[in-house]
Design a protein around this ligand. Structure first.
Ligand code: PAF
Length: 294
């Protein structure tokens, strides 16, 4: 596996693959601290492309709190080993100064208005501007045929899709379902920061989403009227389990708008703090179909 640290070199490498050998390029952008969820994206990338490039870049622009940025786990040695074993062709691992030579005071930013401003964006103002900006930069540098993201960060996925559609990026965006521990906890780089006690309680977030989804599915004719009460119950249950709920909301799956009468493809989205760790999760809520797994 080649490790590239320079913007011009990564562009030259990808151009060589594409132009000289007509190879199809699949790209998995990450912030490192790789777990099985990332490796599932990499395996999918192998099926979708002749060459697979992964990036590891902890993007300061998308962090709203300096302590969160400072504490974000950096595990390059272990990550490199996993990627090499997974058959990745090249890793792009730039320094912050390489991605933001102007020191982060980037003059141009990508803003996906509306979608970026609530739920995650409401709690973390500017977060999605940082995500969209870095993903746009990476897409320009790499020019992949296909880029692969996880559905765990569902709102991020929609923001990136909206950016790609609105700005005509010539890339296909593929998404893979959330990978979970056997007790249901969604895999996340932040799970490693949970204390033993918090780790034992953490799966309650997903269980609560599953039970709320099941309760919604019992009365589909009452959608969306029944949602506020079921959501309030779920929030109370999370508080009783020791979470500080940031939001728990039922939204339309395609644009995260508020559900209307007749909508049938919805999603439950939640963010909640356990001690000092913020967990997010989601569960699709489709008419007549339970999407959870227990
Ligand atoms: O999901 C992530 O790991 C990051 O938000 C991404 C897409 C790599 C952008 O920094």
């Amino acid at each position: 596996m080649r490790i590239v640290r320079d913007r011009r070199q990564v562009t030259a490498l990808c151009r060589e693959w594409r132009r000289r050998d007509s190879l199809k390029l699949a790209f998995v952008p990450t912030m490192g601290n790789l777990h099985d969820g990332h490796l599932a994206l990499v395996r999918h990338a192998r099926e979708r492309g002749d060459r697979v490039l992964v990036s590891i870049f902890v993007n300061p622009l998308q962090f709203d709190r300096p302590d969160d940025l400072a504490r974000y786990p950096r595990t390059l040695e272990a990550d490199t080993k996993k990627l090499a074993e997974a058959g990745v062709d090249a890793l792009f691992w730039p320094e912050v100064g390489e991605m933001y030579p102007d020191g982060g005071a980037t003059r141009a930013r990508v803003v996906v208005s509306g979608l970026s401003e609530e739920l995650e964006g409401g709690s973390r103002p500017g977060h999605f501007d940082g995500v969209a900006t870095v993903v746009a930069k990476l897409f320009h540098l790499v020019q992949p045929d296909v880029a692969i993201f996880g559905e765990k960060d569902y709102q991020q996925l929609l923001v990136i899709r909206a950016m790609v559609d609105s700005l005509d990026f010539p890339v296909l965006v593929d998404a893979l379902p959330t990978v979970r521990e056997s007790d249901g906890l969604a895999l996340s780089s932040r799970n490693g920061r949970l204390s033993d006690a918090a780790r034992a309680r953490a799966p309650e977030l997903y269980r609560c989403l599953c039970d709320t989804a099941e309760a919604c599915l019992l009365e589909p004719d009452q959608w969306p009227k029944i949602f506020p009460e079921l959501v309030a119950n779920a929030q109370e249950r999370l508080s009783a389990a020791g979470f500080r709920c940031d939001y728990l909301s039922v939204r339309r799956a395609d644009d995260l708008g508020e559900p209307r009468v007749g909508d049938r493809d919805l999603i439950l989205l939640a963010a909640a703090w356990l001690e000092d760790v913020r967990l997010i999760d989601n569960l699709r809520l489709q008419y007549g179909r339970f999407a959870g797994a227990r």
